[in-house]
Design a protein around this ligand. Structure first.
Ligand code: ATP
Ligand code: MG
Length: 460
């Protein structure tokens, strides 16, 4: 019975379905790793030790997934995943510091110093008791299987390579090496079925195409347009994680454009529309697009330089246009600027973020960055001192610089703050004195300043 099932699965395997390659789904092609571009120095010692530990204990173990792909492209992967035939409990027994996590998809985190290696047991292709939702989305995934099954369950051929650093070999069940060399993203198996099982794969294909600069194979690309709506079945938290990954791929703008190009925006990811198709006058739209391009370019530069990124800052830049647009409208209707900004933010947070399970902490960050913006204008009394001491000053200031670059704020304002941040106390007092005479500074504060000339002790 089982043999029959495996045989029929083998017939369904892409090597046969697409008619390329002689190797059956059960017999991988074996490459010498150093011959396919892998430099073993790019493998972290934690990943090496994990594989070694498992193999010494008698199990099979390989580095898998994105790490192998990145290694073959000559990059040093940011994290390493390991696949093995040991069960999570067996893995846990091999290592001193290891814990089993997850319920629907049990994996083991093996810890070496500050590095964590994610170890997963080979998954079976499908099981009779596999839970799916009404659209075919797989909900449960703890049935262990053979390595070739594990390979066939993975999403794209370039993500299904197994690298053994100890024997310097790469096992390839699905022509991944060939596709990688051709810079092609190809789904393993029948693409529409694979998207139905997990609609997030539609976002993943776009992300990898943008990140790696690869083409998407025709058959892999074709079904996306009419399956795009399935994205709405994905739990919000997963969607949010995937959006963050896309924005942190080092090719954020290209990634967002890719989502739009594949129809993964209208009604699926409203955020993409908000960012790429801003509302307002021609001038406003142009300024909004300029702002978002600058913001995402600076995000990409940070990612490529290996610098940390704040998710709050990232989302604050993407939704800024909506906030700004609503803010300006309210001010034009006579609302006081600060109150207007507050209500504009509330509206955007309620409408735009309802579809994304964005954590409260991140929303709080975004709110702070936005609310700091008008405070940069106010350069009287103790305000600049308090702003400088503000926990989010740096983020707010970086945001101001983007607004300046996009033509939304005065360049002199940025220079003033740059100087102010570096000046000593006396010079700061002088700067405030001079700035408070500038047009646009609040009159009430100016009067109060004159009555209280001593500014040495800024009070809250
Ligand atoms: P990244 O560089 O973003 O980490 P990655 O390919 O490593 O890319 P992960 O999300 O870390 O992506 O997943 C690790 C591996 O697990 C993938 O390479 C792929 O083989 C498999 N995988 C992840 N998500 C899916 C999915 N939705 N469907 C099938 N396989 C998946
Ligand atoms: Mg990964």
């Amino acid at each position: 019975m089982i043999k029959k099932l495996l045989r029929s699965l083998a017939r369904l395997a892409p090597g046969h379905a697409h008619g390329h390659g002689k190797a059956g789904a059960h017999d991988p092609q074996v490459y010498k790793a150093s011959k396919v571009g892998i430099d073993r120095h790019n493998v972290s010692s934690a990943a090496n030790r994990t594989v070694e530990g498992l193999q010494k204990a008698g199990y099979r173990a390989f580095i898998v997934g994105g790490a192998v792909r990145d290694l073959m492209l000559g990059m040093r992967p940011k994290d390493f995943d390991v696949a093995t035939d040991a069960t999570p409990e067996q893995v846990q027994r091999v290592f001193r510091r290891a814990r089993v996590i997850g319920r629907r998809f049990k994996i083991v985190h093996v810890l070496f110093g500050s590095e964590t290696i994610e170890v997963s047991t080979f998954r079976a292709l499908s099981a009779d008791n596999q839970e799916t939702d009404a659209h075919g989305r797989v909900l449960n995934d703890n049935t262990f299987g053979e390595q070739h099954e594990d390979a066939t369950r993975r999403d794209f051929t370039i993500n299904a390579l197994y690298y053994d650093p100890l024997s310097d070999t790469v096992l390839d069940y699905h022509q991944g090496v060939k596709d990688l060399k051709a810079r092609l993203i190809r789904m393993i198996g029948e693409p529409s079925q694979r998207y139905r099982e997990d609609p997030v794969r539609m976002l993943r294909v776009v992300r990898f195409a943008a990140k790696l600069g690869f083409e998407i194979d025709g058959a892999t690309r074709a079904p996306i347009a009419h399956l795009a709506r399935l994205i709405t079945n994905v739990p919000d938290a997963r969607l949010f994680d995937e959006m963050v990954k896309l924005l942190q791929s080092g090719q954020a703008y290209k990634g967002l454009e890719g989502l739009r190009e594949h129809g993964l925006h209208h009604g699926c990811l409203p955020l993409v529309d908000a960012v790429l198709e801003p509302e307002g006058s021609d001038e406003e739209r142009e300024s909004a697009l300029r702002f978002v391009r600058l913001a995402l370019a600076s995000t990409d530069a940070r990612v490529l330089a290996g610098k940390p990124l704040s998710v709050g800052f990232l989302f604050a830049t993407m939704l800024w246009h909506l906030v700004r647009h609503a803010w300006h409208q309210k001010v034009a209707q006579g609302e006081r600027p600060i109150t207007a900004l507050q209500t504009a933010i509330d509206e955007v947070v309620d409408h735009q973020l309802a579809d994304l399970a964005i954590q409260k902490r991140i929303v709080a960050d975004m709110r702070e960055i936005w609310m700091l913006q008008p405070r940069f204008e106010k350069r009287v009394g103790g305000t600049p001192f308090r702003l400088l001491d503000h926990l989010r000053f740096r983020a707010g200031y970086d945001f101001l610089l983007l607004r300046i670059e996009a033509g939304q704020a005065d360049e002199a304002l940025g220079q003033w703050w740059d100087e102010f941040a570096q000046a000593d106390h006396e010079a700061r007092l002088e700067m405030i004195k001079a700035a408070s005479k500038l047009p646009g500074q609040p009159a009430a504060k100016r009067r109060r300043c004159r009555r209280t000339p001593r500014l040495e002790q800024p009070s809250e």
